[in-house]
Structure formats: structure tokens, C-alpha cells
Design a protein around this ligand. Structure first.
Ligand code: ZN
Length: 241
């Protein structure tokens, strides 16, 4: 599917939202103030939800398609949802939610947190009390992939993610290092006291440049990060049995 640039509020993003909704289990839209919408899927369960999330809008720059910054994470969420939806639900499993945020990039850069991350702020405000933890996948597909722990990310969850990566042979992608804290779609959840991690390889030369296209990403990278996150999610899902 080829949509091209798809900034928040554009008809192109609406077209993508419909595509995504149709491919998530129990897919639905949830409105975000200002005419935006998150796309949400769910596998029901008991207790508070474990959320897997990404943003699906792209930065409003001419010719910018965000293959890594937006599409990679969105693709991983879609595929992990597809696999989990056809996997037998474990006994006592918590609900799993797949949330694709709108308006992460809808920001004037002077006040990123105040003007951007719009879908995640709205989602955290509405649903925080029903969320146990959150995983955000952001820059996970670039060719030269290495994802250190983003410093505001929860340490225990990160250790569990690295263990999952080791089980699936993706440990090379998750070095035992950390990188500076960034504000991102996990920040509204951290501020509500919800343990959260952000998978973001900020060592990415095409960040917010037109070269963030299919030549900047690789199937191998997305496979390694995606398999690690899938194993993490399955392990959490099965841990209550
Ligand atoms: Zn971006």
C-alpha cells in the first residue's frame, strides 16, 4: 500500500486509519481533541491492560514518508496483533491493547510536549486507571539498528525486554547501554505513574528528512526488534496463568 506523506488531520492519514482499524482485533477509532483519532485494537482479558503502541502519523514535511519514524512501529504493532489474535488466550490473561496514536508529530517544535504527542496524551488522560504497563515502539526499523535503553524507560521492563530479545536471538539489537531521555508517546503514561518503555534508536541520520524512506529501513531490523517485542508481549500475557 502506498499513501505517501500522512500528517495528522490529512485525508491520507484517514485512509491509513481505516486500513489499520480493519486489521486490528476489535479495531475501533477513539477520538482525540482537535479532530484527530487513535486507532485501537484489543484482546480482552482480566484486570488492567498491557498496551503496545506506536504513532501512525508522519511529520508534516514535504515528501516525508517516515518509513522508520512512524511506519516501522506501526507495522510491528499490526503484525504482533495479528499473531496474538490467532494465539490461544492464556488462562487469567490480562487484556492486551494495541494503540496507534495520532498527532505525535502535530507539534510546533518549540513546545513538543505541549503541542505534540496529542493522541497519547488523550489516551493516557482517559484510560490510565485501566493500564498496567505500556510498550512504545518508535524507531525500530533502521538499517543500522541498535536500541539502547531510553533513560526515562522503566528499568525492570527493559531488563525483561532484553531477556526476551536474547530468547529470540535479537540481543545484538539491544546493547547494555542507555541513551538520553526523550519525550515521546510514553511520557504521558510515565507522568501518570504507569511503567513504560520506549524503543527508539535515535542514532538515525534521516530523522525528519525525506531520506527516511524504504532505503533507510530493513526487513531484518524490523524482524529482530519485532520478534523481541512479540516475545516480551507473549511472556507478559502468559505470566498470570
Ligand atoms: Zn518524528
Amino acid at each position: 500500500m502506498k499513501i505517501g506523506p500522512r500528517p495528522a488531520g490529512s485525508p491520507q492519514l484517514k485512509q491509513l486509519a481505516s486500513y489499520l482499524k480493519a486489521r486490528l482485533p476489535r479495531g475501533r477509532f477513539e477520538s482525540v481533541p482537535g479532530g484527530l483519532q487513535n486507532v485501537v485494537g484489543e484482546i480482552p482479558g482480566k484486570g488492567k491492560a498491557i498496551v503496545l503502541s506506536a504513532h501512525y502519523d508522519t511529520k508534516d514535511i514535504p515528501d516525508f514518508v517516515g518509513a522508520n519514524d512512524g511506519a516501522g512501529g506501526t507495522a510491528a504493532v499490526l503484525e504482533i496483533a495479528r499473531v496474538m489474535a490467532k494465539t490461544k488466550r492464556p488462562k487469567n490473561a490480562p487484556p492486551i491493547r494495541f494503540v496507534l496514536f495520532d498527532g505525535e508529530e502535530a507539534t510546533n517544535d518549540a513546545d513538543f510536549y505541549g503541542t505534540g504527542v496529542r493522541g497519547s496524551k488523550a489516551y493516557a488522560n482517559k484510560h490510565a486507571k485501566n493500564i498496567e504497563k505500556l510498550v512504545l515502539v518508535d524507531f525500530i526499523a533502521d538499517k543500522d539498528l541498535s536500541i539502547p535503553r531510553e533513560e526515562s524507560s522503566d528499568e525492570e521492563m527493559w531488563a525483561d525486554l532484553r531477556a526476551a530479545a536474547k530468547r529470540v536471538g535479537a540481543q545484538s539489537v539491544f546493547p547494555d547501554e542507555s541513551s538520553g531521555a526523550v519525550m515521546d508517546d510514553h511520557t504521558p503514561f510515565l507522568r501518570k505513574g504507569i511503567p513504560s518503555i520506549d524503543l527508539i534508536d535515535f542514532d538515525f541520520p534521516c530523522w525528519h528528512q525525506p531520506c527516511d524512506d524504504l532505503t533507510a529501513v530493513s526487513k531484518e531490523s524490523l524482524n529482530l526488534s519485532g520478534e523481541a517485542v512479540l516475545d516480551y508481549m507473549l511472556t507478559e500475557w502468559r505470566s498470570r496463568a
